[in-house]
Each structure stands twice: as C-alpha cells, then as structure tokens.
Design a binder for this molecule. Structure first.
Ligand code: AMP
Length: 216
C-alpha cells in the first residue's frame, strides 16, 4: 500500500506513521527526518537544507523531489511505503504522481490529519524526540518513563530547533499557504480521508486503522 499522510506540523503524522509502518511492515519515509539526518552528518544536502529548516521554510522542490524519487526506488519500498511530510506543495504532489506513474504504481490513500492551531502550538512546544531512534514524546500527554530518556532505546531526548514558538508560527503559515492547497488536489482524485487529529493517540490510530481497512 502507498499511503500519504497530510496535516500541519504537530498533527501527529510521525507518531501515526510509525504505527502504520509497524502494522503493515512498510517503510516510513519522513522527508524531515532525512533532512535532519543530513544536517547532523554535515553532508552537502544537510548544508543546503539547514538554512530553510531553521526558518521554518520549505526546502526547494527540486531537492526534495530528487530525494524522494531515490528513496522510493529502493527495494524495501516494493510492497508500499508511507510518506510523512511529503508532498508539501502542489508541485511536489504532481512530481510524485509522475514518479509513481513511471514505476507503474499509484497512491492508495491520503490521510488528512486535521488539528486545531492551539493544539499544534501546545504539542510542538512540548514535543521531545529521541536522538538515536527518532521516537516521539509529549512531555504532558505521552511522557517518557524516565526524564530525558527514550523508553524504546535509552537514547537522549531533545527538542527540535524548529519547535520554538516563533518558528512554529512560521511553519503554520507556510503550511496554510503552500501545503493546504494539496488537500483539494487529492480530494478531486477521490483519495482523501479526513482524520480528526485533535484526539488521543490511540483514538486517532483507530480512525486510521478503519480508513486503511476500508481501502484494502
Ligand atoms: P518536518 O519534520 O516534516 O516537520 O520537516 C522539518 C523541516 O524540513 C520543514 O520545516 C522543512 O524545512 C523541511 N522539509 C521536510 N519535508 C519537506 C518537503 N516535503 N518539502 C520542503 N521542505 C521539507
């Protein structure tokens, strides 16, 4: 199955994508994670992406499209994959359709996780991420068992630089302007299913499971 997850920053895409990935045994491809890894390693890609990410702006389409094309051509994607944080512009959505058409494949379902702006700010400012395995926590609603330490791998938890309030506001405005138009694009293709992301993690997961079952 090829699944696209849409939704503003803080909608819970990463958390839910991990669950889908485990349940369906398909890779979770998060363009944000790919960029953060590249920044950490100091690669050419990392150097290019860093300035955009720090401001909460989008990395140019041609860079992102190239990376996704390479990644989804890898053998572990042959049974499907979940895209989290991509596409983020109409241009990326169209590029993805072209890549998939070349591979004789197509998107099965687009899950649009909506969440209120108040919740986004609350969630992102309390979000902590594991440096080692990328697991996501929320200090109040989903805290780690031991402060500062990942339950899954014992790695150190940190706050993403772009999870500071002023950057969060900019990311939200970028989302509204550049990413929201994609919702209509997928609606017209009858691929879109709305998910209420304001609920608890397990309740959101129930909605997603039902949506996926309905398409299988
Ligand atoms: P995320 O982890 O999805 O919130 O992404 C973090 C940052 O990486 C974004 O604010 C962008 O700067 C960059 N990024 C991730 N995915 C994309 C994409 N599909 N297009 C452009 N920039 C992206």
């Amino acid at each position: 199955m090829i699944i696209v997850l849409l939704g503003p920053p803080g909608a819970g895409k990463g958390t839910q994508a991990s669950k889908i990935s485990e349940t369906l045994s398909i890779p979770h491809i998060a363009t944000g994670d790919i960029f953060r890894e590249a920044v950490k390693k100091g690669t050419e890609l990392g150097r290019k992406a860093k300035e955009y990410m720090e401001r909460g702006e989008l990395v140019p389409d041609e860079i992102v499209n190239g990376i996704v094309k390479e990644r989804i051509s890898e053998p572990d994607c042959s049974n499907g994959f979940i895209l989290d944080g991509y596409p983020r512009t109409l241009n990326q959505a169209k590029a993805l359709d072209e890549m998939l058409a070349e591979m004789n494949r197509k998107i099965d379902i687009v899950l649009n996780i909506s969440v209120s702006e108040d919740n986004v700010v609350k969630r992102l400012s309390n979000r902590r991420v594991c440096k080692r395995c990328g697991a996501i926590y929320h200090l109040i609603t989903n805290p780690p068992k031991r402060e500062g330490m990942c339950d899954k791998c014992g790695g150190e938890l940190y706050q993403r630089e772009d999870d500071r309030e002023e950057v969060i506001r900019n990311r939200l405005s970028v989302y509204r302007k550049q990413t929201e138009p994609i919702i209509k694009y997928y609606e017209e293709k009858a691929l879109l299913i709305d998910i209420d992301g304001n609920r608890e993690i397990e309740e959101v997961w129930d909605q997603i499971k039902r949506a996926i079952e309905g398409r299988r």
